[in-house]
Each structure stands twice: as structure tokens, then as C-alpha cells.
Design a protein around this ligand. Structure first.
Ligand code: NAD
Length: 478
């Protein structure tokens, strides 16, 4: 498959490619261009001129074009889901759900764009301005680099591309290098729907090459990045060199607190959804299970029993609930992290074995609060490390000891304790009696501390992809 620059499918200028591998089989399924500095320069130049044209398209016409795109997505939904599952290793049912989300996300951003009203500052508030009216306008920022991670490429395409385009910007999508194919297909459908001449482009390639050249380009006016904290920091440095606007949605090590008065069965069910979905490769998956010592064994036993019931296997099988990780290297990393946790005192009570890109769902009991996984080690896999606590204050202290602060959650039947935890956790969202893996398109999703800068969602993204201008009608009255 080729990348799409200036509305056309093209190779990289130096003709290099990267292979796309089906992680479940190890087979090469396609190649994509490995873009570099020269390709980035061409794409940015095209985006600059296309943006001016696209910004002149009235909002209702932009909405019509994006709705046409949604109709095309609907027509091709099964093919898109199959591609997503094959290149990512997601169970086919999860891939279909992600394709289904495209319509939910885009419709919400399209509607919101029609209701972005300005403010009017009336005359007479400050002395000397009795006859002057001021009002605000939201203007596009310009060229927006949308940098997307491997785990939910389509969901993040929705979160970034829909508001970027509806606000009148040009979008340059940098997909993950492991699994760019579905996003290339979505970009093609968008061009077919009428987003023309480079208002949407996709630049495939490796992060340190294509991604770094894009973030360093002085005519990229805004970078919306989702990915790891290490690359997020590099991106912030690159953006600072040319004062690009920036939003960062980064890593997390979300705490899942279960108090002694909790409904343990509910907590276990939410753990299944909130930790095992996408084989644990979720930014806001619960990744540290802080369980009151009185119910710790009960939680561990029930967790193991419930996990054993899950159907693991081939992502293309309709019944599979847990498949493989995105690459064999990713599974090796999870294996190393579990081994490290065992060295630090944790005990494997379920799973713990790897086969290629497949890693068994694993439960680690008796993990000490000093272990790396209890603090800053983000395990991107189906692993449940259980850490005991005696008081809710101790649980909050362990949760907040991490440098990350994406999301968190608390299970308790006492609303006062729930609210104490919700207001004490240093993170961007807290779920009460549900796993931290809760994300609606509407909510302002974002992290505290090393989990990010800014928020993303229908409620807040337009403020991040537009600039505010004030127009002053000096002495217009009287
Ligand atoms: P990653 O940081 O390796 O890659 C993310 C994107 O950045 C990819 O497109 C990659 O090609 C690109 N990239 C890599 N190096 C680059 C560079 N030097 N300059 C510019 N771009 C570069 O992350 P990943 O492994 O794809 O995703 C997993 C991470 O993302 C986890 O830490 C996870 O928690 C985080 N994540 C966060 C959120 C959120 O909303 N907070 C959502 C999903 C994933």
C-alpha cells in the first residue's frame, strides 16, 4: 500500500519501505513507504496550500463531506475490520467495534462544530470603552500533525482528524509503523468523499524518521500526539523549537482500588473488561490492582477463575476474546516485565508464558508496593499485578506515588470514600465502581503528570485545534 500525499498514492522519495507483519502468524502482509525528511517537506507544502482552500469550505459543506466519508466507511466496514484485526492482532470482534466507533466519534465532532459560538464582550465594562464592542472568532491553526499509536489507531484517528478538519485545518496523519494499513484505507475513503488536494494526507514510516521530521518541520503549526511518554517528551522538545501548539496523550499506570466493602464480583468483571481488552494494550487500562488485604485472596481467586473462562487464540476466530500482542517484541517486553516483578517479590498464580506474539493472561499475587510495576513500570499486556493495602489512605499514597496520572478507579459501597479517592487521585479521570478503562468521545480525556498535556474529546478538542482571535469594533456606538 502507498501513502497519500497531495491526494495521490505515492512511494517514499528514496523508495524505501517497511514490512507490515500479521503478528498472529508472523507473515508479511504488505509494505508501506518509509517516509523521510524530503517526503515530509512535500506533504507540509501541500498541506499549507490545501488548508487555505479547505478553510473556505463552509462548515455545513465540510459536515456533508465527512458524512459522505462515514457512508463509505459503512460500505467497507467488514474489509476495514478484517484489515485492522490482521495488522494489529486484535480479536475480530474488537476490530469491528473500533470501526463502528468511527461514526459515533465523527458525528459528535461534526455536530459540535456547528455550535462553536463566539463571545461578545459588551461595551462599557472598562472606562474609556463605553462605545466599543469586542467579539471573538475561532480560527483554524493551520497544518496539524496527527501522530497515532498502534493500539487504537481508528479511535485516535476519530479523536484527532474529525475536529482538525471540521475546524478548517489540514491534517497530516502519521500512523503507527506496525499497523498503518487501516488508516491508509480510511484516508483514501476521505479523499473519495471530497477532502481534496492535501487537506488530508497520510505519511507512513518509522517514528524516529518520518515522525521526527514531521514534528521538527517549522510549518507544522500544531502537533496532536498520542503515544509513549518518552516520545511525547521528544515531541514537546521538537515543537518548542518552532513554537508549535501541542497536545500530548501519553502513557499510564492506572490504579484500580478495591476497598474492603466493595462488590468483589463486580470488580472482577470490570477487571476482565478493563485489563484484558485489546490484550491489555490500552493507555487507560487498569494496570495496578490495589486490593484491601481482607479481600485480596478472594479477588485473586475469582480473577483467576474468571480469566480461565476467556477464549484465547486466533484473532480472526469469531469467538476469540484474547488474541496476541501487536508484535513478538511487544510480547517479549511483557515477559521481561513479569519476570522482573517476580524477582521483586510477585508470585505468578496464573499464566506467565509466551509463544511468539501471544502472552497468556497472567495474575501476579503478593506484589510489594515497592515493586516497579506498583509505581512507574507500565505493562502493556494482559497482566494483573495485585498489591495489598490496609487503609484507604495507604492505597491513595501508593496510587499517587507513580509519575503517571492518566486515570484511576475505586470500588466501594461507601460514596464518601469513593469521593475522597476521586478527589485525591492525581490523574485526569476517576471511575467509581467501574474500571479506569472508560472513555466516551464526549469527555475531556487527558492525563496529569507524565501522562500528558491538554485533553481530547468533543468537550475540549476544538479549543486545542483552533486559535482565538478578538475583533474590536472601536467606538462603534454613539
Ligand atoms: P510510541 O510512542 O512508540 O509511538 C506513537 C507514535 O509516535 C507512532 O506513530 C510512532 O511512529 C510515532 N513516533 C515514534 N517515535 C517518534 C519520534 N521520535 N518523533 C515523532 N513520532 C514518533 O507509542 P506506541 O507504542 O505506539 O503506543 C503505546 C503507548 O501509547 C503507551 O505508552 C500508551 O499508554 C500510550 N497511549 C496513550 C493514550 C492516551 O490517550 N493517553 C492512548 C493510546 C496509547
Amino acid at each position: 500500500m502507498k501513502m497519500l500525499i497531495g491526494g495521490k498514492p505515492v512511494d517514499a522519495c528514496d523508495k524505501t519501505v517497511i514490512e507490515i507483519i500479521n503478528p498472529a502468524t508472523g507473515q508479511v502482509i504488505d509494505t508501506v513507504p518509509n517516509a523521510g525528511t524530503e517526503d515530509v517537506a512535500i506533504a507540509v507544502e501541500k498541506a499549507k496550500s490545501a488548508q487555505k482552500e479547505w478553510a473556505r469550505v463552509p462548515i455545513h459543506q465540510r459536515a456533508e463531506i465527512l458524512r459522505k466519508f462515514l457512508a463509505l466507511v459503512d460500505k467497507h466496514k467488514e474489509e476495514l475490520a478484517q484489515t485492522l484485526s490482521t495488522e494489529t492482532g486484535k480479536p475480530i470482534r474488537e476490530a469491528r467495534a473500533e470501526i463502528g466507533n468511527i461514526s459515533i466519534g465523527f458525528q459528535a465532532f461534526i455536530e459540535k462544530a456547528k455550535h462553536l459560538y463566539s463571545d461578545v464582550i459588551p461595551s462599557g465594562i472598562e472606562a474609556g470603552q463605553d462605545n466599543t464592542i469586542q467579539f471573538t472568532l475561532r480560527e483554524p491553526i493551520g497544518v496539524v500533525a496527527c501522530i497515532i499509536p498502534f493500539n487504537f489507531p481508528c479511535d485516535l484517528f476519530d479523536q484527532k482528524v474529525a475536529p482538525t478538519l471540521m475546524a478548517g485545518n489540514a491534517a497530516i496523519v502519521k500512523p503507527p509503523h506496525q499497523n498503518p494499513l487501516t488508516l491508509c484505507k480510511l484516508t483514501q475513503l476521505m479523499i473519495e468523499a471530497g477532502v481534496r488536494n492535501g487537506a488530508i494526507q497520510i505519511l507512513t514510516g518509522e517514528g524516529p524518521k518520518a515522525g521526527a521530521a514531521l514534528t521538527a518541520h517549522p510549518d507544522v503549526h500544531k502537533i496532536t500526539f498520542t503515544g509513549s511518554t518518552a516520545v511525547g517528551i521528544e515531541t514537546a522538545k521538537a515543537a518548542a523549537s518552532h513554537l508549535a501548539h501541542i497536545s500530548l496523550e501519553l502513557g499510564g499506570n492506572d490504579a484500580f482500588l478495591v476497598h474492603e466493602d466493595a462488590d468483589v464480583d463486580l470488580a472482577v468483571e470490570e477487571m476482565i473488561w478493563g485489563r484484558m481488552y485489546n490484550c491489555g494494550q490500552v493507555c487507560c487500562a487498569s494496570k495496578r490492582f490495589l486490593v484491601h488485604n481482607r479481600i485480596r485472596d478472594e479477588f485473586a481467586d475469582k480473577a483467576c477463575k474468571r480469566i480461565r473462562e476467556l477464549k484465547c487464540g486466533d484473532p480472526s476466530d469469531e469467538n476469540t476474546q484474547i488474541a496476541c500482542l501487536v508484535t513478538e517484541k511487544a510480547a517479549q517486553r511483557v515477559e521481561e516485565q513479569v519476570n522482573k516483578t517476580v524477582e521483586q517479590g510477585g508470585k505468578i498464580v496464573l499464566g506467565g508464558k509466551r509463544n511468539g506474539a501471544f502472552y497468556e493472561p497472567t495474575v501476579l499475587a503478593d506484589v510489594p508496593k515497592e515493586a516497579d510495576v506498583a509505581n512507574d513500570m507500565e505493562i502493556f499486556g494482559p497482566v494483573v499485578p495485585i498489591i495489598g493495602f490496609d487503609t484507604i489512605e495507604e492505597a491513595i499514597e501508593i496510587a499517587n506515588a507513580s509519575k503517571y496520572g492518566l486515570s484511576g478507579c475505586i470500588f466501594t459501597s461507601n460514596m464518601k470514600i469513593a469521593m475522597k479517592v476521586a478527589t485525591s487521585l492525581e490523574c485526569g479521570s476517576v471511575v467509581i465502581n467501574g474500571a479506569s478503562f472508560f472513555r466516551s468521545f464526549e469527555m475531556p480525556f487527558g492525563g496529569y503528570k507524565y501522562s500528558g498535556l491538554g485533553t481530547e474529546g468533543v468537550l475540549s478538542t476544538y479549543a486545542e485545534v483552533t486559535r482565538l482571535k478578538t475583533v474590536v469594533l472601536k467606538d462603534i456606538l454613539g
